[in-house]
Unconditional design. Sequence first.
Length: 241
Amino acid sequence: MDTDDTLTIDIDGWEGPLDLLLMLARSQKVDLRELSILALVEQYLAFINDARALKLELAADYLVMAAWLAYLKSGLLLPRDPDVEPDPAELALRLQLRLQRLDAMREAGTRLMARDRIGRDVFARGAPEGLRLIRKAAWQADLYDLIAAYGAVIERTAPVMHIVSRRPVMTLEAALQRVESMLGHALDWTALESFLPRTSDPTMSRSSRASSFLAMLELAKQGRIELKQTEAFATLWVRAA
């Protein structure tokens, strides 16, 4: 038995490479019944032990070949059910196709790893320029979208004129002057309503009531008038202090 990468078998009925034995067994040119599977396994183990630098994938190939030879021989020795087990020749053909695919994958992997590698065989530019991107907008709009956009722009850019309407109100200063002028005439307790101006405008009526009330509170704070109220939400009475 050689000690190189080729596994040569020397058993009763055969002497030669294992792959050739498998090919002849597939074509039924070798009688597998005369081969000793035990001797085949022993020589395979001895081949692995002697060839320390053997590649792992090569040892795996030989192991698969030996296993398929043992399977083919068992199919010849044992009674075979044609409905359950396939024909040994078909199995051997499948093995050959699988080994061919495996060789093709290994060859492709070897070619891939043998290509130039960046940083080792080839080098990139020191200052890469990059890629230039050109963008073009594709607008899609119907008549309604155009009118709505135009209206939004007009509404946003149109000048806004804010006009504050002048409402009839009584200021706090006017209410103070009115209450002070009427205090000299009202010597006894007088209701708050007597100090309000007569008007038919409800806005003016509410404004004069609020301003007169604030004016009376300010005068009471200064000690110039007195206020009284018998109960909550009752009439407010006023007189000079």
